[in-house]
Design a protein around this ligand. Structure first.
Ligand SMILES: C[S@@+](CC[C@H](N)C(=O)[O-])C[C@H]1O[C@@H](n2cnc3c(N)ncnc32)[C@H](O)[C@@H]1O
Length: 206
């Protein structure tokens, strides 16, 4: 039987409201931090994995950057399709490769793949020269208030609850291990609220 998708994953407006609570009003600024980096790189195209919302897509549209979004969630896919964005319903775990793009981007979603992180990063590296990741590294789910409840109940994309979250130590440990295995280097670009923003580049020639 298919797992019950989290309530906030069923409606993008509810999703934005919940995320604004988790980011204490800074939900959109979190995307603007990534947009600042995209502006510096000036790519021709971007593949956004687990896009959820269309804030990056709208920026790309306004700036002549070709944007493609992959997500598993039919509600997010539907909403983006209604706005004529180029999206595909893809289970990232079920495919062996991603399409080529100048930047492969993932925001707030890496924890969904913590038990297949090597495979996911490997697919991202094969698809793109530059990877941008913005990932929460402060866990709010053990709080005993509304924020904790939202954090606990907000991570079922249809494949079951995902209790795992990175903290800064486990996130950097994972990156250091994977950078050796997959031969890449990474740079910490910024911190915003509970997120860390990093850029990954492959070592050597592409
Ligand atoms: C916490 S949301 C983040 C959404 C958005 N990037 C943001 O930062 O607000 C996680 C997203 O990952 C998607 N997702 C989770 N597992 C996935 C999978 N295996 N394949 C594709 N998308 C997945 C969910 O549908 C959801 O849109």
């Amino acid at each position: 039987m298919r797992n019950q998708v989290s309530v906030i994953y069923r409606n993008v407006f509810l999703y934005r409201f919940a995320m604004n609570l988790l980011y204490t009003g800074g939900y959109k600024t979190r995307f603007y931090k990534v947009i600042k980096l995209i502006k510096e790189i000036k790519p021709a195209d971007i593949l956004e994995l687990c896009f959820g919302d269309i804030i990056i897509a709208e920026f790309c549209n306004e700036n002549n950057i070709k944007w493609t979004g992959f997500d598993l969630n039919e509600h997010f896919i539907f909403k983006a399709k209604c706005k004529k964005f180029n999206v595909k319903m893809v289970d990232l775990s079920a495919v062996s490769s991603f399409q080529k793009s100048e930047i492969c981007l993932m925001i707030g979603s890496l924890y969904h793949f913590h038990d297949e992180i090597n495979s996911l990063l490997s697919k991202m590296l094969s698809s793109s020269k530059t990877i941008i990741i913005s990932e929460p590294i402060k866990n709010l789910s053990d709080r005993k208030n509304i924020i904790g409840l939202i954090a606990r109940k907000s991570a079922n994309a249809g494949k079951g609850e995902v209790p795992f979250r990175y903290n800064e130590v486990t996130f950097l440990k994972m990156l250091n291990e994977e950078s050796r295995k997959l031969s890449f280097q990474y740079k910490i670009i910024d911190y915003y609220k509970k997120d860390i923003i990093i850029a990954i580049e492959k070592n050597g020639k592409n």
